[in-house]
Design a protein around this ligand. Structure first.
Ligand code: PEP
Ligand code: MN
Length: 336
């Protein structure tokens, strides 16, 4: 249930609604944005009777929220969420953002070289994992804290914002100190304790779609972040398991309009992990932008044949630069 207050509702009238919700044993959650104050009712085990609220002074409407996800849903918040980062970068409808860099941070020289190249091509964020969730325990697992320190240097030297992955509670604490945007990877999308912890930090989170997750499961994972009070969540479509062997995953671009319909949260697309091979990345990236993505996260490496992870899907810097030119032509909303 969402209680929408009159435009000129007083703070006493708002407080009375909150007190009533809490008196019923539920949680009252103010919803940011919009010109009116709205208060979401959470943790109610069953439907709430709108009659309890509609006659209260200052209440305009009591709207039942039919979806299992509440804070994430467009029923709760009609206006698109726009997330602000340092340097005036914004992510949300009409403010297209480009995140690029290697799969993993491998050395300072590698990270700095790639960062300068992607910055020149127009990226606002540098991506690169210091902690890598790998399918094989024998594959490269990332540099850990040393990698985060390199990312801090990249940020300082280039001014690029940093997006990097936290894989567990321990890395989450460290990543939160260094990252502008904390990535929760596909394999952790339903790691609920990790989601709760990441939500409680109140820092921007990039939530990748799980390999087998339905749209509802993905949005419920975002709800975990928001239920802890975090309003800064960006969804990332990165492909789900398909039947083909021509691509690593099946990029589900229908999620872009579907997320737009169901939720107010921004959605970016990762064509690299969907493709698994570099020749497929640019066409998928262009398709994602044409379908209305709020941004892209793309793997780029200056020496992909030597990359310690995901070299086969990493673009050469020249390919990335060429792609960004195509994207600018496609994106009607302009760049962040
Ligand atoms: C990554 O971004 O490098 C990554 C591991 O992505 P995903 O969680 O989507 O597989
Ligand atoms: Mn990767």
């Amino acid at each position: 249930m969402l209680i929408v207050m009159d435009k000129d509702a007083t703070s006493d009238q708002i407080a009375a609604v909150v007190t009533k919700i809490e008196g019923l044993g539920y949680v009252a959650q103010p919803i940011p944005g919009g010109e009116r104050v709205a208060i979401g009712i959470l943790r109610n085990p069953g439907p709430v009777d709108p009659a309890l609220f509609v006659d209260m002074p200052g209440v305009a409407q009591a709207i039942p929220v039919s979806k299992p996800y509440k804070l994430v849903s467009r029923e709760m918040k009609r206006t698109d969420t726009v997330i602000s980062f340092p340097n005036g970068v914004e992510v949300g409808r009409g403010r297209f953002v480009l995140m690029a860099g290697p799969c993993a941070v491998e050395s300072e020289t590698q990270a700095m070289t790639i960062a300068k190249l992607v910055k020149n091509a127009g990226a606002q964020f540098f991506r690169g994992g210091a902690y890598k969730p790998r399918t094989s325990p024998y594959s490269y697992q990332g540099m850990g804290k040393a990698g985060l320190k390199i990312l801090a240097k990249v940020r300082e030297e280039t001014g690029l914002l940093i997006v990097t992955e936290a894989v567990d509670n321990e890395s989450l604490k460290l990543v939160a100190e260094y990252a502008d945007l904390i990535q929760i990877g596909a394999r952790n999308m339903q790691n609920f304790p990790l989601l709760r912890k990441a939500g409680a930090l109140g820092r921007p989170v990039l939530l990748k779609r799980g390999l087998y997750a339905t749209l509802e499961e993905w949005l419920m994972a975002a709800e975990y972040l928001m239920a802890e009070g975090n309003t800064q969540v960006i969804l990332c479509e990165r492909g789900i398991r398909g039947i083909g062997e021509h691509a690593r995953n099946l990029l589900d671009l229908a999620t872009i309009p579907a997320v737009r319909r169901e939720s107010h949260l921004p959605i970016v697309v990762d064509p690299s992990h969907a493709a698994g091979r570099r020749d497929l990345v640019a066409p998928l990236a262009r398709a994602a932008v044409a379908a209305g993505a709020d941004g892209l996260i793309i793997e780029v490496h200056h020496e992909p044949e030597k990359a310690l992870s995901d070299g086969a899907q990493s673009l050469y810097p020249e390919q990335f630069t060429a792609l960004t030119r195509d994207l600018q032509a496609l994106n009607p909303g302009g760049w962040s």
